[in-house]
Design a protein around this ligand. Structure first.
Ligand code: OGA
Ligand code: MN
Length: 230
């Protein structure tokens, strides 16, 4: 895994294109405005950002601070009973603990219904339990494609507690990539080609740079909804 990861990191750095000109005018001219208010997706070419744009969404501030606190309230005691896993070197995830949950309290259930309604087609069959990953500050998720046996065309995830960067790399053409700035309390959605033909990963703190700007990675909890294979 490691040599491959290093090679990929070196390859996907050449040109960066952003999703819209708003980003260029604010971010590039002042250099001071926070990136989070701007285009949260950059990539190896304008063409790729545009073509894949419909299959990759990042919704900044999808939940409020209060809603984030509701998830923590519901999840923290269960997570605390588990230990972070670091030692399985061949795992797709390093430095994490996880759980899944079928039944949620009213406030979280309402938020999850909002996630479902913007992410999945009406009548789409969803995976019952929602998947929760708690990444330690030093944790990261290596490039992988979710199992096509267990998971359908769409993956939707909330990010709690920390900003992070999700990198998508075309599996048969590693020079084609997108970086997604997953700000704290954002929702990301991966569909179709973005889900099947690109690996996705969550960068470790040391590598967490979005479009030239450092994005410190702290402990991060993700809450992930998936649909079933058609
Ligand atoms: C996964 C995964 C991303 C995240 O569990 O397969 O890619 O946001 N998770 O935690
Ligand atoms: Mn995944």
């Amino acid at each position: 895994m490691k040599p491959l990861l290093t090679v990929l990191t070196q390859i996907h750095r050449p040109a960066v294109y952003v999703t819209n000109s708003r980003f260029l005018s604010s971010g590039a001219s002042s250099g001071l405005l926070p990136l989070r208010d701007d285009a949260p997706i950059v990539g190896s070419s304008r063409e790729l950002v545009q073509r894949l744009g419909s299959q990759v969404e990042v919704r900044t501030d999808f939940i409020t601070e209060k809603e984030e606190a509701a998830f923590l309230q519901e999840l923290e005691s269960g997570l605390k009973k588990k230990r972070y896993e670091f030692d399985h070197w061949d795992d797709a995830i390093h430095g994490y603990r996880e759980t899944e949950r079928l039944r949620w309290g009213a406030e979280c259930e309402e938020i999850l219904n909002r996630v479902r309604s913007v992410s999945f087609a009406q009548g789409s069959q969803l995976l019952g339990p929602v998947h929760v990953i708690d990444l330690d500050k030093t944790g990261y998720i290596k490039p992988h494609i979710d199992s096509v046996k267990f998971c359908g065309s769409t993956i939707a995830g909330l990010s709690l507690l920390s900003d992070s960067i999700m990198r998508l790399v075309k599996d048969d053409s590693p020079s084609e990539w997108l970086d997604l700035l997953l700000s704290r309390r954002s929702l990301y959605i991966l569909r179709d080609q973005a889900r099947y033909n690109f690996t996705h990963e969550i960068l470790k703190d040391e590598e967490s740079v979005f479009n030239g700007q450092r994005v410190p990675r702290r402990r991060r909890i993700s809450v992930i909804c998936r649909n079933l294979p058609g």
